[in-house]
Design a protein. Structure first.
Length: 56
């Protein structure tokens, strides 16, 4: 039983996938934060585009 526990403790097959998941999560948080900070400027750009195309 002790050997089985040691085997699971040393097994690293899922480690790479976990690291990729953490990196993806950090990137998602950074993108959401950047969009939150730039939301006013993004809205202004779309309003200018809409005005140039003859919209409201």
């Amino acid at each position: 039983m002790l050997n089985l526990v040691k085997k699971f403790w040393k097994e690293e097959d899922g480690q790479g996938l976990t690291e990729y998941g953490l990196i993806l999560g950090l990137i998602a948080v950074a993108v959401i934060g950047a969009l939150g900070l730039l939301s006013g400027q993004i809205q202004n750009v779309f309003q200018q585009i809409t005005g140039a195309l003859g919209g409201n």
